[in-house]
Design a protein. Sequence first.
Lengths: 110, 110
Amino acid sequence: MPYHSAPLDLAFHALSDPTRRAVISRLAEGEASVSTLAAPFGMALPSFAQHLRVLEESGLIASEKRGRSRWCRLVPARFAEAADWMEAERRRAAERLDRLESYLAKTEEG
Amino acid sequence: MPYHSAPLDLAFHALSDPTRRAVISRLAEGEASVSTLAAPFGMALPSFAQHLRVLEESGLIASEKRGRSRWCRLVPARFAEAADWMEAERRRAAERLDRLESYLAKTEEG
DNA sequence: GCGATACTAAGTCAAATGCCTTATCATTCA
DNA sequence: TGAATGATAAGGCATTTGACTTAGTATCGC
């Protein structure tokens, strides 16, 4: 059984690699074929294809075969799940710090 | 040599595990000791401590020994780096879709 | 059809991950 | 002082990861 299985597990794992983040960045500009995506990386194509597979299994990207090329695109929904989790936690921590701060201010005042 | 080394690599890798995300969530409410953090997880303490080590090496949390307990807290700055990256990419993708949409609207109109 | 192009499948390998147990260190408190 | 507590060190083991090479499939253009 894989160590990562829940959507957020898969998404964050996919994002933990610089090659895969670069692919995400590229795809934010629009769809692209596998070889086009692979070109900037000094990596054998099968190795690169595995990164795409990780991204696709995470749901962050989707792909479709057209002729002999495979075209990849971002899937904003799954990306948003991960981003939303981060924003929610960030806010929770920030709000706690705000409460702490105002508590300290009140203590000093009193 | 570790596969993950850059700050974002380490941060996203740290977040790819549900135990570690739960720790982050807990710490968003305030600092806590190692055993307090470990309590909800049916896991040997050394195993749990390794998760904390991953989190600390990623810079997402910091810790300090007080007496025989170690107290952990969030480090918002590192967390923000990862969250900011996600927000930036999300916006880039959204803006592209906006451009695409207005292009299509103009085409239909013309 | 035939060669070139674009992937994909299959197998190898070193290293990392995640869990465990056992043993040890450090601090607190009776 | 000496036992209990909180954490850490050390080592083991199955699985996963990330890279490679070699070989195969499917499509396109001549």
